[in-house]
Write a protein that binds this ligand. Structure first.
Ligand SMILES: Nc1ncnc2c1ncn2[C@@H]1O[C@H](COP(=O)(O)OP(=O)(O)OP(=O)(O)O)[C@@H](O)[C@H]1O
Length: 658
């Protein structure tokens, strides 16, 4: 059986207008191990086409192309890939070395595609490079070699997987006569070791050195003659491990990294471009988080964790019930009058599990005409409330909680009364409140100063007295005080959430302050999402940018893709190389983006700390990780189109690509 047997091979190229061009006509020929064949013919006679069929790059033909008796025409894609990887080695006129890989990596690329270990690859490459006389040039890049050396590297690459057939398309076409001789010597030696070498040439001189000359004209064999006698000395080869697994993820990343290093400036710019979107998304999320955290923290600082505030739901109708003093107190909801609790409500709430005690509360707020006076100074009190455990000790910044007939006031009221924080404590002020159109007056002694921690609140005058004192003050004027707020004191801070839930179940309202806070944080959340969405638009721009850059990379490397396919890379491997590149761009732009975000957050926080005493950008590891992941995902999605475009490239056309 012949190593290679072509039976009635016909090949047509489709050309414009449904026409066909008959390029190979009834080709019948066979080749054997140890032969050095020269295929000679005019330009356009079909030599390259024939080589492509033999090399398994093109399986669109009629007839039988038997390799060891097996018809290539019937091979599956997988079998063809394997055939190219293990059975054939290609040598091209223009060398087609991969410029961003070293000599060593160029030679071993076919083994890398088979996921052979590095140690094994280097050992085999050293052996082959020694044979072609280039062992000392192993670590050079192709552009550091002469033409003859480049072609010898290409020959080494063709030999690496110990193929039985070497196809050389004008291997000496680009070389001067001296290097032509060197390369021909090498090729002759290869044939003498028992390989089948099929060489396309225009040169009669080159053809004269082969053992057989096949002449083609117009797609048909016109002559098949004997050449020189080449004694064959088949050597036992080291036995190259063939057909291992496929290109590993790690090798794909390494190949991608190598290529990216070649185009360093371009990839750096793309990564920086992509990083801007990532940085802004991360910063917007962190800013929202920081602001919400800041608002929550400033309020929670002041809240006693044991206390659950309960309010009555707002009244359904706004009819003014003069008998209920609460109707004059719009309370903190400010929009609808607060509804007072009755004894049965208090009983129901007291009965909730883990509630130790229930404190009554009442609040007179703005619009009530309430005021305080000291000497000849008078100032309005925008919020006059009863104190409970709800006001934590943290809030009292000077003095003590109020005792009987005592009051605590904030800085707004201190200023209004012409007092200072230093001299206010111990002073007696007169408080006038308006209930049921009556003005009730009573002196109180300032026992302490408090601060809610919210700047806006300290600008307006507010004060707290004990519930009993307010109740007495009203009773002196024949008004019965009913609480508009109740404070449930839980036995353990861990139980407050359960109590809050129960309060809601029973149909009561929770803390007005909490409700306001949650409304505010909801607005902040919406704002954060809107700002994040706006900054995400720049991600679309970077996705398109990455797509364009990878597309250009595919176009630039079309020939390289053709070479990789010729030496057995599967479409999957090619896709993997470009996907790895997309992954790396995503990784780099993500890393640059989160570094930007970190640096900007640091400076913004430094400035906000100096201004408000708090960091407003709440950058967490989660946001940084999210930024990195988004960047990689976007980049890989952008890489899908270019990667599959590369994977689908036809090897023959890619090799022709200029
Ligand atoms: N993809 C294609 N579509 C249509 N025609 C093609 C295609 N590829 C090659 N041909 C035509 O087929 C013929 C044979 O081309 P081929 O490249 O095999 O010739 P060749 O003998 O190798 O020429 P050269 O020595 O110049 O490389 C030419 O006329 C060419 O124009």
């Amino acid at each position: 059986m012949h190593l290679l047997e072509l039976k009635d091979i016909n090949k047509y190229y489709k050309i414009a207008g449904n026409q066909k061009f008959h390029v190979l006509k009834d080709v019948n020929v066979s080749f054997d191990r140890g032969e050095l064949i020269s295929i000679v013919g005019e330009s356009g006679s079909g030599k390259s086409t024939l080589m492509n069929l033999i090399g398994g790059l093109d399986s669109d033909f009629s007839g039988q192309l038997l390799v060891d008796g097996q018809n290539i025409g019937e091979f599956s894609v997988k079998e063809l890939d394997r055939y190219r990887k293990n059975k054939v080695g290609f040598v091209f006129q223009s060398f087609n070395l991969i410029s961003h890989l070293s000599v060593l990596d160029n030679v071993t690329i076919a083994m890398t595609l088979s996921n052979v270990s590095k140690k094994e690859r280097v050992k085999r490459a050293e052996q082959i490079l020694t044979e072609v006389g280039l062992k000392d040039h192993m670590h050079k890049k192709p552009n550091q070699l002469s033409g003859g050396q480049k072609q010898r590297v290409a020959i080494a690459r063709a030999l690496i997987n110990d193929p039985e057939i070497i196809i050389a398309d004008e291997p000496t076409g680009a070389l001067d006569s001296e290097t032509t001789t060197q390369v021909l010597d090498l090729i002759t030696k290869i044939a003498q070791k028992g390989k089948l070498v099929i060489m396309v040439t225009h040169s009669e001189k080159v053809a004269a050195r082969s053992s057989r000359i096949v002449r083609i004209a117009d797609g048909a064999i016109i002559e098949d003659s004997e050449g020189i006698d080449l004694p064959v000395n088949i050597e036992a080869t080291a036995g190259v491990a063939k057909d291992k697994q496929n290109l590993s993820f790690f090798s794909a990343i390494k190949l991608a990294l190598n290529n990216m290093r070649e185009k360093f400036a371009r990839n750096l710019l793309v990564s920086i471009g992509g990083s801007i979107g990532i940085a802004s998304v991360v910063l917007m999320l962190a800013l929202g988080n920081g602001l919400t955290g800041y608002v929550n923290a400033s309020l929670n600082d002041m809240v006693n964790p044991l206390v659950v505030e309960v309010n009555m739901p707002a009244a359904e109708d706004d009819s003014n019930d003069a008998s209920n003093p609460a109707m004059n107190a719009p309370a903190m909801s400010m929009l609808k009058p607060a509804v007072a609790f009755e004894q049965k409500d208090i009983d129901t709430l007291t009965a909730i599990d883990h509630v130790d005690k229930v404190e009554k509360g009442y609040s007179l707020t703005m619009g009530g005409g309430n005021s305080a006076s000291y000497g000849d100074k008078s100032s309005s009190i925008m919020m006059f409330s009863t104190i409970s455990d709800n006001v934590s000790d943290n809030m009292i910044v000077a003095g003590d909680r109020p005792g009987k007939n005592e009051i605590i006031i904030n800085s707004g009221l201190i200023d209004g009364l012409g007092l200072t924080e230093e001299n206010a404590i111990g002073k007696e002020i007169e408080v006038a409140i308006v209930v049921n159109q009556e003005i009730l007056k009573q002196p109180f002694t300032i026992s302490g100063i408090y601060d809610t921690g919210m700047q806006q609140m300290s600008a307006i005058g507010t004060a707290y007295v004990n519930y009993d004192d307010l109740e007495q003050m009203m009773a002196d004027n024949d008004i019965t005080l009913s609480p508009t707020t109740l404070y449930l004191i839980s036995d353990d801070a861990a139980n407050t959430d359960a109590i809050k839930a129960k309060v809601k179940d029973l149909g009561y309202k929770g803390s007005n302050q909490e409700a306001m806070l949650s409304q505010f944080t909801n607005i902040l959340d919406i704002l954060t999402y809107v700002l994040t969405a706006i900054s995400a638009i720049s991600l679309i721009v970077s996705a398109i940018m990455i797509l364009v850059v990878l597309y250009i990379s595919v176009v630039e490397r079309t020939q390289e893709i053709g070479v990789l396919k010729a030496i057995g890379a599967r479409s999957k491997d090619i896709r993997r190389i470009f996907t790895s590149e997309a992954f790396l761009i995503g990784l780099f732009s993500g890393l640059i983006g989160i570094t930007f975000a970190g640096v900007i957050a640091y400076f913004v926080n430094m400035a906000s700390d100096a201004t408000f005493g708090a960091a407003v950008v709440g950058l967490t590891w989660e946001y940084l990780a999210l930024g990195l992941i988004i960047s990689i995902i976007i980049s890989m999605i952008s890489g899908l189109i270019p990667a599959s475009m590369a994977a689908r490239l036809d090897p023959v056309e890619s090799l022709r690509h200029e």
